[in-house]
Design a binder for this molecule. Structure first.
Ligand code: FAD
Ligand code: SF4
Length: 510
């Protein structure tokens, strides 16, 4: 008898483990407080995980596999991973324990330590999900001081022959169409909405309540629209190809107060739980593009492929290269607490209010909201990266540490001193105004530099550059900004710094 563990983000029905049912194998899955409580999660995130795990277990049983599924409220559930496994090994008199390699450092360590002390044989298997191994990025950058994503992306394009002509030349004549991914959203074309099926989530929300699981955010049948099966994940992928791909690249960096998703795919949860694979997502998107060359430009497809083949695999590689030290990095020595309005949305800054409210209502904000609104604000106000990480890890449906911490601590908060982002992603109000329609309905004036009604991002930006300039003096990409800072009239800089200090000390007044 072999016990095989399947974690909540390992729902890969295509895995070779499941090719043939075998009565001598027992698949074990568990809902546990260890996982619901390591951070305060959004309620939709916990529900989405549990619903997907339950659907997955049912599917495995239908295919003839033996499954032991432990719900959160089962009497025998110890609520901790290794003691649960230990008990099942004993009750089943198992001779072997097998698991799929976890994507999170904490679980990897927990299982490695557990296996060291097991008296039966154990083995870890690949999840057969990613296009890279854990170590591949570290090997690629061996001996290098900089770990630029673009070079890794080109290597991945060549290695996997994705959007390539004859193995060496990028299709469309260039590797990267980033410069054409910056259109402001003006309301046309229409964003087609997904025909969302309401899922009955009341049994799971009641379960969480009865077990006193602390959560953030809200849930109801209308707002919960996440795929919890492989079929519904494929439907979202199909909707993306049919309706959204055509404009994905163009509006990748755009923001609008009334459009929560714009042309973003909403595939991250399905991908991160492994209900669908990055390879099949890219193959489906590229095949759809090839059938519609007249209407879909390569820049839209390349923009999407770059996120999955480039950024997603890159972040995973950086995570395994840098952990566990990465989780403690705070190069800029930022220590301020994250303001209360991150949990309520109660702020007069419209861009912040909309991005936070949407996150609380839907457990989702698209990339540029996470990076250039909430992340930008947290960095400019010099918030403690531990608190920033905790918020991002809790609130988003797709937040699993390997991809959350690299994006948050690295890309967004520059707490790693530039390992991931070659320069900090900070901006004043003018960038937000350029890329979004928030400013025209905001309480603040984006073009005012100082004064009561001036956009808080303006003073915060110049204050940040002045206060942290020693970190960026050698950074060529920051040269122009530091030049502008140096040329600023001392009275104006003084006014910016005073206002910024007031905002930082009294965030909830703004
Ligand atoms: P789309 O815009 O449609 O992109 C397609 C896919 O590309 C995504 O589903 C995702 O799998 C991948 N992708 C895009 N950008 C990135 C990226 N920077 N890193 C890795 N994969 C990427 N993504 C997560 O999956 N989990 C997180 O916890 C997470 N935390 C983030 C925190 C911050 C501060 C920032 C700036 C970004 C974070 N991201 C995270 C990356 C990105 O914002 C989300 O993947 C994306 O918003 C998910 O929505 P989507 O599926 O509609 O993406
Ligand atoms: Fe945000 Fe400033 Fe624009 Fe208001 S004016 S929406 S605070 S950038």
């Amino acid at each position: 008898m072999t016990v095989r563990l399947i974690l909540g983000d390992q729902l890969n029905l295509q895995h070779s483990w499941f090719e043939t049912p075998d009565d001598s194998i027992l698949y074990f899955m568990a809902e546990m407080k260890q996982e619901t409580n390591y951070v305060t999660h959004h309620i939709q995130k916990v529900v989405a995980f549990f619903a997907s795990m339950r659907n997955f277990a049912t599917q495995l049983e239908k295919q003839g596999h033996r499954v032991l599924y432990l719900p959160l409220d089962a009497d025998e559930n110890t609520q901790e991973l290794t003691s649960n496994i230990q008990r099942i090994i004993a009750t089943e008199n198992a001779k072997r324990f097998e698991y799929l390699l976890p994507d999170e450092y904490r679980l990897d360590e927990q299982l490695r330590n557990f296996c060291k002390h097991l008296t039966i044989e154990s083995k870890a298997f690949d999840t057969e999900h990613f296009l890279t191994t854990r170590e591949e990025l570290a090997t690629f950058f061996k001996g290098k001081k900089q770990f630029t994503m673009e070079y890794f992306y080109r290597y991945m394009r060549k290695k996997h022959g994705i959007l390539m002509l004859n193995g060496e030349t990028p299709q469309g004549g260039q590797w990267n169409f980033d410069h054409s991914n910056r259109k402001k959203w003006k309301g046309t074309p229409n964003v087609p909405s997904l025909n969302e099926t309401a899922i009955n989530v009341s049994n799971l929300t009641a379960l969480l309540e009865s077990q006193n699981i602390k959560t953030i955010g809200t849930i109801n049948a209308e707002s919960f629209t996440w795929p919890t099966t492989r079929e519904s994940s494929l439907e979202i992928l199909n909707h993306f190809c049919q309706e959204l791909l055509e404009h994905f690249g163009d509006y990748q960096d755009a923001m609008d107060p009334d459009e929560k998703y714009l042309f973003h795919s909403r595939l991250s949860f399905a991908l991160n739980c492994k209900m669908i694979s990055p390879k099949e997502v890219m193959e489906t998107v590229i095949a759809h593009w090839r059938r519609n060359l007249d209407s879909i430009h390569i820049s839209q497809v390349e923009g999407f492929v770059r996120q999955i083949l480039g950024w997603r695999e890159y972040m995973r590689g950086m995570y395994w290269k840098e952990m566990p030290n990465y989780a403690g990095l705070n190069i800029l020595a930022n220590t301020h607490p994250l303001p209360d309005f991150f949990w309520t949305g109660k702020t007069k800054m419209l861009c912040m209010r909309k991005s936070i409210e949407q996150s609380l209502e839907n457990a989702y904000a698209h990339h540029i909201q996470r990076l250039m609104i909430t992340g930008n604000y947290a960095l400019l106000t010099q918030c403690d990266p531990d608190q920033v990480d905790e918020w991002y890890l809790g609130i988003y449906i797709d937040a699993i540490e390997w991809v959350e911490i690299t994006n948050t601590r690295g890309m967004s908060q520059w707490a790693d001193g530039g390992k991931i982002a070659t320069k900090p992603y900070v901006s004043s109000g003018s960038y937000i105004n350029k890329m979004s329609n928030y400013c025209k309905s905001c309480h603040y004036n984006v073009s005012d530099k100082t004064g009561e009604k001036a956009c808080p991002f303006n003073s915060l930006y110049w204050n940040f550059l002045a206060e942290k300039r020693s970190h960026f003096e050698q950074n060529r990409r920051m040269g122009m900004m530091l030049n502008l800072l140096d040329k600023m009239k001392p009275e104006l800089l003084h006014a910016h710094r005073e206002r910024a200090q007031h905002i930082i000390s009294n965030p909830n007044e703004y």
